[in-house]
Ligand binder design. Structure first.
Ligand SMILES: [Zn+2]
Ligand SMILES: [Zn+2]
Length: 104
């Protein structure tokens, strides 16, 4: 699982999103209830990026807040700004901010 920070150099749009599957013990167990897979989408109505758990039974490709159809993003590292269409600056934030300076 990765957390991406998106910033648009042109219009100042900014957001952070979780993509992928949680790292916790997702080894082969017979309990799949906690399995989640976050994907990135664009909401054309709000002009914003949203992430959603595509394995959630309640998820049907609709924006949770306005029920409009979401547009999936295949490559989270190359995303166009939902507001102005410029290429967003993408940063991969480490969920565990452990090392700060030391290269261990
Ligand atoms: Zn923009
Ligand atoms: Zn929306």
């Amino acid at each position: 699982m990765k957390i991406y920070s998106f910033k648009c150099p042109a219009c100042g749009y900014e957001s952070k999103h979780t993509v992928g599957t949680p790292d916790m013990d997702q080894i082969l167990t017979d309990v799949n209830n906690d399995f989640a897979q976050y994907r990135l989408f664009v909401c054309r109505k709000e002009l914003t990026l949203v992430h959603a758990d595509v394995l959630d039974a309640h998820f049907d490709n609709k924006c949770p807040s306005d029920k409009s159809e979401l547009e999936p993003i295949d490559d989270p590292e190359h995303v166009k700004c939902p507001r102005c269409g410029n290429e967003l600056k993408v940063e991969d934030i480490k969920p565990l901010a452990a090392s700060d300076g030391s290269a261990e």
